[in-house]
Write a protein that binds this ligand. Structure first.
Ligand code: PLP
Length: 380
C-alpha cells in the first residue's frame, strides 16, 4: 500500500537524521564533502551544486508528491523552466505555449529563448483542434498551464498528453496554480511537471524556488544533468524552508479552497462585479475538465469590475487585509491588477489581459474578515 499525500508530504525524503535522530532534515550549509580516499564518497555527495542533502530531501519529497521518478529543485520557477526547455529543445525546435501563459514564461520564450532559435506559438489550449493544427514536425514540447494565470483557463491534461505523444512531443505541465495536492499531471499522462515552489508549495511568501518532476527515469537523468551543468540550483536554506512549507500543503490547500469558494459567492452577487472567473463555477467553460482532473478548484479568483481600469486599480488600493502585491499562493491574501503589474510585460501582445481585471490570491485568514474587506473595498 502506498502512503497518502499528507504522509508523503511529512515523511518522503525525510528520514530521521541517522547521526542525531533529528526528525527534520538539517540545513547542510556546505559546499564540499570530505572523501575517504580519491573517489571515496561517503553518501554520494561531492559538491553542493551537484547534490546537497537538504536539497535531496526536498527533491525526493517533490517526486513522491507528484508521483514521479525524479524531483529537482531550482533557484526559481523560471530557472526550472529554462532548464527543461534547454534540456529537451534546440535551435529550430518548436513549442506550443498557452494563449494566456504566465507573463514570465512568455517573456522567457519571447525575449530569451527566441534569440537562441527556439520557435513558439501561443495557442488557446482549451481548443484541442487549434492545438492539433499548431503542431509541426519540429514541435518538441506542448507547454500547459492549468488553471492559467490570471484568466483561470482550464486545459485537459489527458487529452493534450495524447496530442503531444502522437506528435512525438513531450507534455510539460506548469502545476503551480493547482499544487500537487489538487492536481497530479503525471498520472494524467504528462512527462514533466514544473513548479514555481515560491507559490503554494512553499506557501508562506518567504522563499523563491522552482522544481521539475519527471515521470520517466531517463528523462529525469537528462534534466538532472542539465540542473548540474547549468547550475541554477536551490540553496540549502531555501530547500529547507520549502520543505517546511510542504508539510502543511494539504491543510493549507483545503482552506484556500474553502475561503475562495466563499469569496466567489460574494463576488457573484455583487452589483459592481461584472464577471467572476473561477473554475469551480458551473458556468466556467473549463468547469467539467477541471472537475475531472482536480480535487478542488484552488485559491485563485479573478474578476472584472464595472467602471473599467480606473475602478479596478482603485479597488486594489482600498483593501485592508488583501495586500496589494504580486505573487500568490501564500497564507496571506493578496490582490493585484494584472494589466499593470504581473502582466505588464505582455501588454500589446496576444497575451494582453483585460484592463478591468483584478486577481485575488485568497489566503487562509478568517473568511469573514476577507469577505468584509472585499465588501468595504467594493462599496455597496
Ligand atoms: C510565479 C510563476 C512562475 C515563475 O516562478 P518564479 O519562482 O517566480 O521564477 C511560473 N509559472 C507560474 C504559473 C507562476 O505563477
Amino acid at each position: 500500500m502506498t502512503d497518502g499525500f499528507e504522509t508523503l508530504a511529512i515523511h518522503a525524503g525525510q528520514e530521521a537524521d541517522p547521526h542525531t535522530g533529528a526528525v527534520v532534515p538539517p540545513i547542510y550549509a556546505v559546499s564540499t564533502y570530505k572523501q575517504d580516499g580519491v573517489g571515496g564518497l561517503r553518501a554520494g555527495y561531492e559538491y553542493s551544486r551537484s547534490a546537497n542533502p537538504t536539497r535531496t530531501a526536498l527533491e525526493e519529497c517533490l517526486a513522491a508528491l507528484e508521483g514521479g521518478t525524479r524531483g529537482l529543485a531550482f533557484a526559481s520557477g523560471l530557472a526550472a523552466e529554462d532548464a527543461v526547455l534547454r534540456a529537451v529543445c534546440g535551435p529550430g525546435d518548436h513549442v506550443i505555449i498557452p494563449g494566456d501563459a504566465y507573463g514570465g514564461t512568455y517573456r522567457l520564450f519571447a525575449k530569451v529563448l527566441a534569440r537562441w532559435g527556439l520557435l513558439f506559438d501561443p495557442v488557446p489550449l482549451g481548443d484541442l483542434d487549434a492545438v492539433r493544427a499548431a503542431v509541426r514536425p519540429e514541435t518538441k514540447v506542448i507547454w500547459v498551464e492549468t488553471p492559467t494565470n490570471p484568466l483561470l483557463g482550464v486545459a485537459d491534461i489527458e487529452a493534450l498528453a495524447a496530442v503531444a505523444h502522437q506528435a512525438g512531443a513531450l507534455l510539460v505541465v506548469d502545476n503551480t496554480f493547482a499544487s500537487p495536492y489538487l492536481q497530479q499531471p503525471l498520472a494524467l499522462g504528462a512527462d514533466v511537471v514544473v513548479h514555481s515552489t515560491t507559490k503554494y508549495v512553499g506557501g508562506h511568501s518567504d522563499v523563491v524556488g522552482g522544481a521539475l518532476v519527471a515521470r520517466d527515469r531517463e528523462l529525469g537523468e537528462l534534466l538532472a544533468f542539465h540542473q548540474n551543468a547549468m547550475g541554477a540550483v536551490a540553496g540549502p536554506f531555501d530547500a529547507w524552508l520549502t520543505l517546511r512549507g510542504i508539510k502543511t500543503l494539504a491543510l493549507r490547500m483545503e482552506r484556500h479552497c474553502d475561503n475562495a469558494e466563499r469569496v466567489v459567492e460574494l463576488l457573484r452577487s455583487h452589483p459592481r462585479v461584472t464577471e467572476v472567473l473561477y473554475p469551480g463555477l458551473p458556468g466556467h467553460p473549463g468547469h467539467e475538465v477541471a472537475a475531472k482532473q482536480m480535487r478542488r478548484f484552488g485559491g485563485m479568483v479573478s474578476f472584472r469590475v464595472a467602471g473599467g481600469e480606473e475602478e479596478a486599480v482603485r479597488l486594489c488600493d482600498r483593501t485592508r487585509i488583501f495586500t496589494l502585491g504580486e505573487s500568490l499562493g501564500g497564507v496571506e491574501s493578496l490582490i493585484e491588477h494584472p494589466g499593470r503589474m504581473t502582466h505588464a510585460s505582455v501588454a500589446g501582445s496576444a497575451l494582453e489581459v483585460p484592463a478591468d481585471l483584478v486577481r485575488l490570491s485568497v489566503g487562509i485568514e478568517t473568511v469573514d474578515d476577507l469577505l468584509a474587506d472585499l465588501s468595504q473595498a467594493l462599496g455597496s
